[in-house]
Design a protein around this ligand. Structure first.
Ligand code: ZN
Length: 169
């Protein structure tokens, strides 16, 4: 296990459509464990594999920020099986430091995925959990919060982020 560096916009890997995980093996389990550690270290509510440099369909979600193991979800090859309702809440992203924008999402979702034993699972989420699930699954398509915003706001934020990325830290 290791805390992995989090890729920041405009790193091109954040724009890749990720490949399905072929099989749930020790390498994938190791990546998942490191992602959980990275998520809890950040801390954040969700992390997708491309954010740590792996273009594979794997996400980790934990709204308790490491406080409640029951709220930790590791999802391999997650797929949206159903979505309904609507919500509009502010979101941030570990790859977009400083960006907090309201994003329209479904209020309830059902996600199908594999767990780390390779078993099919189903996860129903509402409210914040639904939002984080949709946010992380967006990452697997190379999609970011920015893509949900109007063009003017998106262009202004992109410019700001690129400037931040060039600035010495
Ligand atoms: Zn994100």
């Amino acid at each position: 296990m290791a805390i992995l560096p989090i890729r920041l916009y405009p790193d091109p890997i954040l724009r890749k459509r990720c490949k399905p995980a072929g099989k749930v093996d020790d390498a994938l389990r190791g990546l998942a464990r490191s992602m959980v550690e990275t998520l809890h270290g950040a801390p954040g509510a969700g992390l997708a594999a491309p954010q740590v440099g792996e273009a594979v369909r794997l996400i980790v979600v934990d709204l308790s920020l490491g406080q409640d193991p029951a709220q930790l979800h590791v999802l391999v090859n997650p797929e949206l099986a159903a979505a309904e309702g609507e919500q509009m809440e502010e979101e941030g992203c570990l790859s977009l430091p400083g960006v907090h924008e309201k994003v329209r999402r479904s209020m309830r979702v059902r996600v199908r995925a594999l767990n780390l034993r390779g078993e099919e699972i189903r996860l129903d989420g509402a409210g914040a959990l639904a939002r984080v699930l949709q946010h992380e699954m967006d990452h697997l398509e190379g999609k970011l919060i920015l893509d949900h915003l109007g063009r003017l706001k998106r262009d202004a934020l992109k410019k700001l982020l690129k400037k931040q990325g060039r600035a010495p830290s």
